[in-house]
Every structure is written in C-alpha cells, then in structure tokens.
Design a protein around this ligand. Sequence first.
Ligand code: ADP
Length: 673
Amino acid sequence: MPDKRGVCNPVSIEMIEFNPEWQIEDNELGIYYISGVIPQRLIYTSLGGNIQPEFAQRAILSFEKLLCSGRLGNGNYSRIADFSEVKKIPLNSRILYADALNELQEKYNFQPKITYVCGASLLVKTMLRAIASHVKQNLVFVPTVQDAFDLFNNVSCMWETEQSEQVIISRKEMNDFAKLCGQILYDKSYSIEEHRKLLRPEHPLHELYKIITVLNNDLRELLETEKEQNHKIKAALETSQELNKELSDQKKNVEEKKEIQKILIENLKKAREEAEIASRAKSEFLANMSHEIRTPLHAAIGMTELLLDTPLNSQQKHYTHNIHISTKQLHQLINDILDFSKIESGRLDKEKSLFDLRKLFDEISSVLTSSAEKAGLQLMFIIPPSIPSTLSGHPNYLQQVIINLVQNALKFTYQGKIIVNVEPVSETRDIINLRISVKDTGIGIPEGKKELIFQRFTQLDSSATRKEGGTGLGLAITRKLVEFMGGTINIESREHEGSEFWFVISFLKPLENKKNSNANSVGHIAASSEHDTAEAVQRIEKTWPSNTRILVVEDNRINQQVATAMLAKLGLTADIAANGLEAIEALKQVPYTIVIMDLQMPLMGGLDATREIRKMETGVINPNVPIIAITANATREDRQECLNACMNDFITKPFMIQSLKDILQKWIPESCI
Ligand code: ADP
C-alpha cells in the first residue's frame, strides 16, 4: 500500500497468499500450476513441466477461481509468472493459454501493469515473446523470482540494462547463421550437435538462432496439425462416401421392394378379381343348378302329394309316402346347400325389418306342431307378456334358426318335450336383448363332441340320423346365422338327458311399440297342419266365382300338370302357356283373373313377360291382371326383382296345395268371389 508520501511498502515472496483451490498438479506427468496473491499488489503464478493443451485448460480454470475470489481488489497490480521449471509449451498450448488470458481480461478486467516472466529458458522466452503481442500483456523477462520482486520494489533496474545491450556481428558470423537457417528450414536430417559447432552459445546470433528454431518448430507443429486435419477430413470424406453408397444401396433396395410390392399388389388384385369371377360363377352355377334341380323336384313332390290323395292300396301308399319323404329331404338338402353357400359368400341380407315376434312363433308352430304330435312329443313355446310383439331384426333368419333347432330336437328326442323359450336378458329404451333357447329331453350330446356338431356335414350318430334324415349342415348354418344376427350359439347338454341350444340377440324396439297385453304368458300355439288341406279345399271350393280364369305360365311339362292338378283339386281350371310370349298371346285373347308365372323360361322369362304385359301398347285385355311369380328362393333380392318388374306376389317352389290356395284367395278380386 502506498504510504503518506505515495511510496509503497516493499513486498516479498513470504507475503503471497496461497489456496489449494488455485493450484493443480499432476505428479505422474511432472506438471504443476500454482497461483497466489498479495492483495491489491501482486499476482503470482508458477508453471512447470511440459504443458500440453489439456493441462493449460485446467490451469486457466484454477486461475479463474483466484480471480473470482475477490482477493485481488481493484488495485494497480502487477504479475510475477515463474516459468523457470517450464520444459516446453507447444504452440497449441500457447495459443489456448493466450486466448484464455484475453478472455479473463475481458470478463474480470484482469489487467496487470507489468508481467514479470521469471527464469524462462531462452527457448521458452522466445516462445513467449512470439506470442506476447497476442496476450496483450507487458512482458518483462527476468532471471529469477527474486529479481522480479527486486524490480517490483524498485530495488534494481535490470530491465533497462537488458534493453540497452548492444550486439556486434562479423560478416562470417552472419554467413554461418545464414547457412544454419538454411539447414533448419530445408534439411530435416540436421543435428543439433552440428549446429552447436557452427553456433556456440557465445555466438552473437545465438538468441536469433533460438528464435528461428522456435518459429521453425511452430511451423512444423502447424503443418503437423494441418496434416492431421487433412487426414481427418479425408477419413470423414471416405466415411461420408461410404454412407452415401450405403444410402443409395438402401434407396435402390427400397425401390426394388416397392417394385415387388407393386407386383404383389397387382397379382393380389388379379387373384381377387379371379376369385370374384369364380365366386360369381359359382353363385350363378348354384342358382342355375338349383333351378334345374328344383323344377323336377317340384314336379316329384307335387305329383306324390297328388298321388297320396288318390285311392291306393296300403303297399302303394307306403311306397308313395317314402317317395314323398325322400323328395322332401332332397329339397331340404338343396335348400341347406344353397343357404350355406349364400352365407359363405357373404350374401346375407343385412337390412333389418319390423316383425311380430308372436306371429313368427305362430308360423314356426304351424310348421312343426304336427310333426311333434306325430312323434308323440310335446312342443311348447314360452314368450312372457312383458316382451313387446313388434321388434326390428332379421325375422327370416331368426325363423330359420329356430326351425333348424326344433327340427333337430324333434329328430333326437324319443320321448318327453321340446320347449322354445324366450326371456328378456336386459332392456333399454331402444333395445331389448332376448335369450332364445330350444330345450329337449332327447339323447343329448356327449361332452367333447359339442364343438364337432357345428362343423359341416358332421353327424354324431349316423344311424340315429339316418332314421330321420339330415344333411349335417343344419347347425353350421344355424351358427352362422346366429353370429350374423350378433349372437353366439351355446349348448348345454347331458348324454341321455337332453340338450339346450341357446343364444342372445339384440332387437331394436320401434318407437310406437306397445307392450302386447293379450300375449300368453305360457302358451302352446296350435298350428294347422298341411293335412287339414282336404277340409280347407272343401270349404274354399264353393267360394270361387264361376268366371275365374287362371293362366299358368310354366315351361316344364310335369310342373304344368302339377299346377293344373292342384288347381283342379281346389276346384279351378287353368290354361297353360309354355313361356312369356305364349302368355302375352293368351292374355290378348282371354280376360284372365290371375296369372301364375314361372321366372326362368325359354324365349321369354317371367320378369320380361310381366313388363310387357303391363305396357298398354302390348294390348293385353287387362294389363293390371294380378301376376304371381313362382320363385326358387324367397330372398329379399328375388322379391325385389319381382316387384320391380311389377309382379304382385310370389309363391316359393315347390309349393303345396295350401300355399297355392292362400295366395289365390289373397289375389282373386273380391268382386269375383
Ligand atoms: P343334421 O342335418 O344331420 O341334423 P345338424 O348340423 O343339424 O345336421 O346336426 C349335426 C349333428 O348334431 C346331428 O347329426 C346330431 O348328431 C347332433 N345334434 C344336433 N342337434 C341335436 C340334439 N338336439 N340332440 C342331440 N344331438 C343333436
């Protein structure tokens, strides 16, 4: 601190404060960095060893800690840097060190008045001199730390002596020096020994020689660094080229895969189209075949039905009865196969329609009760009154499922009863879930065989089935239909005790639905059987008006006979047309009351004929004559097709006398009757 006269007290090495945080050392490498401070006056640093860039970085960090400590104050200070133990500071370390010192200068306003560099060898001195301008510090080189203190305390003025020293050089010395410079620059194999001979330490240009050596070394180091960097750049280039190649290979790969994918998609599309064509062909084939098979079958069933009504001896009656059963079974088989193929090809009618659940059960009962009675079995239908009558769903499929299950129950039950039960499982404002079950007291199904029976053409005991017939398709169809309606079919069964088949299906409740108050809580719904026909015919025979004229349009000769014979049984006569064209001609001549028309016929089919008949310009006597289609299958599409062609109704082939009677009653105008 300056005294009253402005003179500062002298400082000494003992006054330096040290702190372990401000110093680092690496004993293994023999390098160290120590820094200390005499507050307001002096910074002391001491560096030793071969200072590589990594260590220089660490030294700077520890020095920064000193600057951060605030021990230096804002005073007018100097720096004493002891370099006496420094062996080497490569160019990179020097640059890094100088840059870092400059940064600290900015950051902490670190600006020593003078930096005394102590004990630096000639080489180190030269190195420091070379970079002095970059460090922006005023460097003064002194031999020892004590010399630095003496200078600082104004005890000596050695610095000035050094500055003013004169050097005298002879021409020979200049020449020797030039020769040496040449060797340093161009002759890589020069030896320091040779140089020593040429340039002894007492040579006046010895220091200059040192400077050139340092600069030459620095140059070599720079070249080395450049070489290294070039090498790295080359390696990076090679890697990037490899990567590029890999990338382009992968791109090519992706493109190839895309190409393959395209081909696969193309093939798949083709295969699908082919499959669709095949499937369409199959459906068409089935439809045609079914027509071809149904036509003679219709004839066979109709004829046997008529034959059974004629006086026959008991043997004849027995044979005819067997023919009747066999043809009906064949009819069932064809229907099952067609149904199954229709389900398989996803051609089920998705549209839901309103239906009356109790009426549907009435219909089922009317179909099956007589068979149950014949077998001595009780058939019961249970629908609790809480279940609304009108629902929305798939009535045709539901009916088919229940009929299939009851028919199976009838086949495999030898005594006892069959109960068809409907129970509400849950209900919301719009939906009711119903559990529908068919339970019998029959032979049951052994454990382990329950899944088997749902497979196509599977019959557990062919001897039992043979007795009653069957195709082995019934349950496969049933399961698919139940699943189509959103349910799952389940079985509970014990061998010799009986079986229960059940499923749960959701039905929509139409808004205007009112709970059916007059429904039976438990009811056996009686059905009229086909065998009541004779009586019904008797009743109706008297009611046909005398001017009733019927035209049957049918190409198959035997079916023509079946139709006329059935109509005759109903007390009616009919004219025959073999195709649409003949029908039109006949309708031009005779005012027929009703036309019963087959769909598939040569020359002109039923649909085209109807369209022609409805046209005024065709000139039939009554273009609005009721036309009843004879269809193979009562599907929605068939029905729609008939209606689109302006037909009035349809009757499904093969038809029985009863259904013929019903449809005639419906369509023969009131005034006629
Ligand atoms: P099928 O036309 O032969 O009746 P299904 O697919 O309807 O064909 O039935 C397959 C088999 O499942 C039947 O042959 C029979 O062995 C068994 N089965 C079906 N329903 C019952 C039942 N209620 N009781 C006992 N066995 C049954």
